[in-house]
Ligand binder design. Structure first.
Ligand SMILES: NC(=O)C1=CN([C@@H]2O[C@H](COP(=O)(O)OP(=O)(O)OC[C@H]3O[C@@H](n4cnc5c(N)ncnc54)[C@H](OP(=O)(O)O)[C@@H]3O)[C@@H](O)[C@H]2O)C=CC1
Ligand SMILES: O=C1O[C@H](COP(=O)(O)O)[C@@H](O)[C@H](O)[C@H]1O
Length: 486
């Protein structure tokens, strides 16, 4: 007896990069791990009249690249049994009728999941046409890919359009950072242990850093990126979601709304940034030519489809503050950038110094630090002071290391796999609710406004560095420095 939910997953944008590179490989992994109901089906959609065989040929060529060593020919063949291709243009009702007919012809029917992996301008016609063929009932879920707008008004317009046809509980807004194992582990570390919770507050924490650094550049997405920039691409969503996970109060349960209510409170407690605050507390950067791992890379402005005099930021650092009883006065430093020295995502909790130095023979005792590494590898390090071996009573810094890959040998699911399974299982906790999105846009709006009003030139940084010097200066004003500078 297969107790897993039966589903029909409809992939709008089925020929696109995201489906080929992330969604189908993730679904393949779930299939290979036996996590999908045997009657679960995948319907890939695209405008070309490809036919199933030609589509599958294309998918297999891509899958071999993206699945890499986990590709198994026999598993792949059985996975392909689930896949069909339907020609559909978002603006043409005929394709939706073909889709509805194909779904209706299924012997076993379950949840219908419509994954909108297209540009957001197609969301409205897609939802309208789905409703017209009856595919917006309670058994239908709709997954929305980012970017959900470029500002609050456009985000509201997209959400209003989708809300005309779907209830909030049918809408899954993806932020793939919430699917990362170590982000969820943060909840476990905080709320399944007594050790940290008493210390997790302004009395004991000096500052928090959240970094998402990439060594890649814009990778063929120059046109999209040049109209977007790092603030909209990474800060408004991923970085603020990570901040919520660090700062939220313990939820009453792990139910979707219990978790999302707590995240919303954090977003609403973020101190609004005045124009003066933006000038002082936000660093806008853009990479110039440099080298990554010894190989030369061009300046952002020389990337394909990027305007020659582009002001778009590829780097942002922000000092944020949360105005509530737990966090008042604790700076949260957020940072993201492309073409940084290495790919690295981590959360650093800097604890306060001990009130009295008892070990004068040692170098000044470094305060405790908890470093939660999300990628490239996942681990958690708790930096402590310990006695140096020998006769002197001197201490030195060392760390306890929780290396998850070595501790837990189970297969680690990719973020998209985890989130796709949650959609199939109807779990909304790791998806953004509309009010969270609104609060996040509201908080970044003064930054966008200030940059636009002042035509703020990004500060240039060398590709392969850790960003502009102003980013280090931002922290030194608070008597601290980025983790890698320690
Ligand atoms: N790629 C990534 O890593 C990420 C992408 N995203 C977002 O996901 C969305 C998809 O991205 P990506 O896959 O990279 O984009 P692509 O440009 O690679 O693919 C776009 C897809 O949209 C389809 N499409 C275009 N016009 C229509 C139309 N009129 N009717 C129906 N389908 C149409 C195309 O199908 P065809 O041409 O065959 O008709 C194609 O499958 C974008 O909003 C992107 O910003 C978000 C996070 C990461
Ligand atoms: O959403 C996005 O995220 C990726 C970085 O994701 P990661 O999981 O590889 O850290 C980023 O490259 C892209 O610009 C952005 O749209």
């Amino acid at each position: 007896m297969d107790n897993k939910p039966v589903f029909d997953m409809v992939l709008f944008g089925g020929t696109g990069d995201l489906v080929m590179r992330k969604l189908l490989p993730s679904l393949y992994q779930a299939h290979a791990a036996g996590l999908l109901n045997q009657n679960g089906r995948l319907w890939a959609l695209g405008r070309k009249d490809l036919g199933r065989d030609a589509y599958l040929q294309q998918v297999e060529a891509e899958a071999r690249i993206h699945i890499k060593h986990a590709f198994d020919a026999a598993q792949w063949q059985s996975f392909c049994q689930r896949i069909d291709y339907i020609q559909l243009d978002a603006n043409d009702a005929a394709g939706f009728q073909r889709l509805a007919a194909a779904l209706a012809a299924q012997e076993k029917r379950g949840e219908v999941i419509c994954y909108l992996s297209t540009a957001p301008r197609y969301f409205t016609p897609i939802c309208r046409h789905l409703a017209a063929v009856g595919l917006n009932g309670s058994q239908v879920r709709v997954v929305l890919e980012k970017p959900l707008g470029t500002d609050l008004a456009s985000s509201n317009a997209i959400n209003d359009a989708v809300a005309e046809f779907f209830n909030e509980t049918q809408i899954y807004r993806i932020d793939h950072y919430l699917g990362k194992e170590s982000v969820q582990n943060l909840l476990a570390i905080r709320f399944a242990n007594v050790l940290f919770e008493p210390l997790w507050r302004r009395q004991w924490i000096d500052s928090v850093q959240i970094t998402i650094a990439e060594s890649l550049g814009v990778e063929g997405r120059g046109e999209f990126y040049d109209g977007t920039g790092a603030l909209r691409d990474m800060v408004q969503n991923h970085l603020l979601q990570l901040l919520c996970m660090v700062a939220m109060e313990p939820p009453a349960s792990l139910d979707a709304d219990a978790v999302r209510d707590e995240k919303l409170k954090v977003l609403k407690s973020l101190k609004p940034l005045s124009a003066e605050d933006v000038a002082r507390q936000v660093v806008r950067g853009q990479y110039k030519a440099g080298a990554i791992n010894g190989a030369p890379v061009p300046a952002y402005r020389d990337e394909a489809d990027v305007a020659a005099h582009s002001h778009t930021e590829t780097f942002v650092a922000i000092k944020a503050e949360i105005q509530n009883w737990r966090w008042a006065g604790v700076p949260f430093f957020l940072r993201t950038g492309k073409r940084m020295q290495e790919k690295l995502a981590e959360i650093v909790i800097n604890f306060r110094a001990v009130p009295l130095e008892l070990f004068p023979g040692s170098a000044a005792a470094a305060p405790n630090r908890l470093v939660i590494r999300l990628q490239p590898e996942e681990d958690i390090r708790l930096y402590l002071q310990a006695k140096q071996p020998g006769n002197d009573m001197a201490v030195q810094s060392t760390f306890l290391n929780l290396d998850f890959c070595n501790v837990f040998h189970a297969r680690r699911a990719d973020a998209y796999e985890r989130l796709l399974l949650d959609v199939i299982n109807g779990k909304l906790a790791l998806f953004m609710r509309r009010d969270e999105l609104v609060a996040a846009w509201e908080w970044v709006t003064p930054i966008m406004d200030y940059w636009a009003a002042n035509n703020t030139e990004p500060k240039l940084y060398t590709a392969g560095s850790w960003g502009p010097a102003a980013s280090s200066a931002l922290l030194s004003k608070s008597n601290t420095c980025w983790h890698e500078e320690l």
